[in-house]
Design a binder for this molecule. Structure first.
Ligand SMILES: [Zn+2]
Length: 425
């Protein structure tokens, strides 16, 4: 720690000297002085780590005495050679523009690399940073690199081995952004499985998609309007209609109770309203009041559909100029209830399941299939072909849990902490 403090003092002194004499460097130097060393807030990982070495060494905050450091923990790949990498992953976004890497070199099985470069994670793929100078490979000192700033949640230093295997003693990255695990404090046994889930999400989905349930509730200020697609020949009383709306409200809240007050989530409550019903025949809907808009026999996908002019799925800009009932009667999601259907489906468009199942579950405190499908609306994935480490049972693993579990809760939170930046939070 003392070494680090001295180093920062030296930087500030240098900044003062340069600022006095050379106004053109003032901006660059003061910008540099304002940047924090953010690497220590990251979680390290690597392509390979020799069993007797430690990946935690690379961002432990210790300035090594020399490349052949025999005192402190080290990261090395012996006997693995070829392309090797170390990675820093942050809990939130950081904006970084420079880094220092101190190589491990014991003059034997681990030597400085032949070459190396830095990559950053961009929408799920690794891209090289645009470095302004050469990537040095000197021993016994930090090798500093400046690059065009990137905002990301992960960096990699990718090394090509030279005379032997490779290793790193310390990696520092400078920038802004808490990168802190901003209230990211899941129980320790959930950290690894949550990281596995998020890595899978990044590999599988385009996170630039702009119609997740998150985008919908943020666009509407915490309100979700539904239209019910009544894909059944059974009749619906006014009290069944109202019971369905009340149940949607209650079940929605079961998910969002998991995130209230957490990490800048702005709502205490999601206000859920049913604004429309679509049916095959007006006579099936046994009410005459105009509390909801009614769409009759507009058949899409072999089922009654509410007006596309009113649907968020069709108008992701949130404008509904041709919706008969105007903005107030637009719907963000559909509850599509199909007679005789088993199982369900869910997505940004809403949730689908059996009409008998849903109406038969109105007396239950948890409508399991609905809750699972609603999870999909908010990006949560299925787990048909794999199970995160140490987890057996949670609602997003179909058939394993009837209720939302702590693991489901933290998966929901993980989505929010990764997406909230797009709303300026
Ligand atoms: Zn599913």
């Amino acid at each position: 720690m003392l070494r680090t403090a001295r180093r920062q003092q030296a930087r500030l002194l240098l900044a003062a000297i340069l600022a006095a004499g050379l106004s053109w460097t003032l901006q660059a130097v003061t910008a540099g002085a304002a940047q924090a060393q953010v690497a220590t807030a990251a979680t390290p990982s690597a392509s390979y780590t020799s069993p007797w070495e430690s990946i935690d060494a690379i961002n432990g905050g210790i300035d090594p005495p020399q490349s052949d450091d025999t005192q402190n923990a080290r990261w090395g790949t012996w006997p693995e050679e070829g392309t090797q990498w170390v990675q820093l992953t942050w809990g939130g976004a950081v904006t970084v523009a420079s880094a220092d890497l101190y190589f491990f070199d014991d003059n034997g099985g681990v030597r400085v690399p032949a070459s190396w470069h830095i990559e950053y994670l961009s929408n799920g793929s690794w891209q090289p940073v645009n470095a302004s100078g050469a990537y040095g490979t000197a021993a016994d000192q930090y090798n500093s690199v400046q690059f065009a700033e990137v905002t990301t949640t992960a960096l990699r230093a990718v090394m090509q081995s030279g005379a032997a295997s490779v290793g790193v003693l310390e990696w520092k990255a400078y920038g802004e952004g808490s990168g802190q695990q901003n209230e990211w404090n899941p129980p320790s046994n959930l950290v690894q499985p949550l990281n596995e889930v998020w890595a899978h999400v990044e590999d599988t989905y385009n996170l630039d998609f702009r119609n997740f349930g998150w985008d919908q509730v943020m666009a509407t200020g915490g309100k979700i309007n539904y239209c019910v697609r009544w894909d059944s020949q059974a009749s619906v009383s006014a009290s069944l209609r109202d019971g369905i709306e009340a149940k949607l409200q209650e079940q929605y809240q079961l998910w969002f109770d998991q995130i209230v007050g957490w990490n800048d989530w702005p709502f205490d409550h999601i206000d859920v309203n049913v604004v429309g019903w679509a049916a095959y025949d007006r006579d099936l809907l046994q009410w005459s009041d105009d509390s909801v808009d009614i769409y009759i026999n507009d058949i899409r996908e072999d089922a009654p559909q509410c007006s596309e002019d009113c649907g968020r799925f069709f108008h992701q800009d949130g404008n509904y100029p041709n919706c008969p009932g105007g903005y107030d009667r637009h719907y963000d999601q559909s509850l599509w209830l199909t007679a005789g259907m088993g199982g369900g489906a869910g997505g940004d468009w809403g949730q689908r399941m059996g009409s008998e199942y849903f109406t038969g579950a109105l007396g239950s405190s948890q409508i399991t299939i609905y809750l699972h499908e609603l999870g999909h609306t908010f990006g949560l994935d299925d787990f048909y072909d794999w199970t995160p480490t140490g987890q057996c049972c949670f609602i997003m693993k179909a058939g394993s849990s009837a209720t939302i579990t702590e693991f489901d809760q933290w998966m929901l939170r993980d989505w929010w902490r990764h997406l909230k930046g797009r709303y300026g939070l």
